[in-house]
Write a protein that binds this ligand. Structure first.
Ligand code: TRP
Length: 327
């Protein structure tokens, strides 16, 4: 199956992103034809005035991907803005896409308001077109499966409408309707209990060192009623326990009981979690270390991937131009 997905390079990846990346790696290992790209144009729709950090974010993202197990020999890894055909298809799509479709995308008005409250004006042409650019990203590879989180479902629905409209208007069967391949994304709170987000400073980065992981786990809030080591704890209100649920499911019963009976203290319980997280991150660290100080090769890898992607995109564009009767 032809698979495609992308991520916006807007900041450091953290352990909350790991389940999505694991899904990508699984699809790669199952022998699908995978295209994964860094969507720097999409980053610009909201970060058009913070471009000084873009290059760094792109490099970090590629490194995080390789650390997570994406393999440039098996998947096509590329940069959106290096495959200009995406922009051409977006432009052609814009000719027949009603503005009302874009305004109706459920997240659109919410985001304008929300980002507006944060002082950012995204009532722009580019931001309105976000789902259309995303549709071009997907359809230009005639991808059938798009592994994403649930938040992207409205965009996928929109993409299918664009595909149908194109096929209908130009009487072709060029674009398949892509399906979302949902990752089971456990909702992982940040170390302060709020949503894990770079802007709250409460994330555990994928690139964290073992010491950094220990420190972050030490900062996690536990049961506030458990003051002394001998007080029985209440796992249901403890953030460390929420993490054990995800990362230590096999030991969960025992951890819960030890906490309720005060057989284990919070310090040890946290130590256990940190060890477990570090075991999850160790293979990533190992792969990341192989790419250390090889910045030029990383760039080459992205160049090569983008060339491959571009070939495929150009083939679709030929068919698009022909279907639309362009000269
Ligand atoms: N909108 C996606 C996100 O924020 C990123 C993205 C851009 C994407 N183009 C895509 C995802 C195409 C899948 C397919 O996560």
């Amino acid at each position: 199956m032809r698979i495609l997905s992308g991520m916006r390079p807007t900041g450091q990846l953290h352990i909350g992103h790991l389940s999505v990346l694991e899904n990508w790696v699984r699809l790669q290992e199952e022998g699908n034809e995978c295209y994964y790209f860094i969507s720097d144009w999409h980053a610009l729709t909201t970060h058009y005035d913070e471009t000084e950090s873009l290059k760094g974010h792109i490099q970090e993202m590629l490194l995080d991907w390789l650390a997570a197990g994406l393999d440039p020999d098996k998947s096509v890894l590329f940069l959106q803005s290096w495959v200009k055909e995406h922009a051409e298809l977006h432009l052609l799509f814009s000719m027949f896409t009603p503005v009302s479709w874009l305004e109706r995308v459920p997240t659109y008005k919410d985001q304008i308001r929300q980002l507006g409250e944060e002082g950012k004006d995204v009532a722009t042409y580019g931001f309105l077109g976000y789902p259309l650019l995303m549709s071009a990203d997907i359809l230009i590879y005639r991808a059938e499966g798009v592994p994403v989180g649930e938040d992207q479902l409205p965009h996928l629905e929109f993409c299918r409408e664009v595909a149908r409209r194109f096929n209908y208007l130009y009487r072709v069967n060029l674009f398949p309707e892509p399906q979302a391949l949902l990752a089971r994304v456990p909702s992982l709170p940040g170390i302060d209990g709020r949503k894990m987000s770079k802007s709250y400073g409460n994330v555990i980065p994928l690139s964290a060192s073992p010491e950094e992981v220990e420190e972050k786990v030490r900062m996690m809030v536990t049961d506030p009623a458990r003051i002394r080591r001998s007080d029985p704890g209440h796992p249901e209100v403890c953030l460390v326990y929420t993490y054990h649920k995800i990362y230590n499911p096999q030991d969960l019963g025992e951890i819960e009981e030890s906490c309720r009976k005060a057989l284990i203290g919070c310090v040890d319980c946290k130590k256990r979690l940190a060890d477990r997280l570090n075991r999850v991150l160790d293979p990533l660290r190992e792969r990341r270390s192989r790419w250390k100080d090889r910045g030029e090769e990383l760039r080459e890898l992205l160049v090569a991937g983008s060339q491959k992607a571009r070939k495929e995109a150009a083939l679709t564009m030929e068919r698009v131009r022909e279907a639309m009767g362009l000269f």
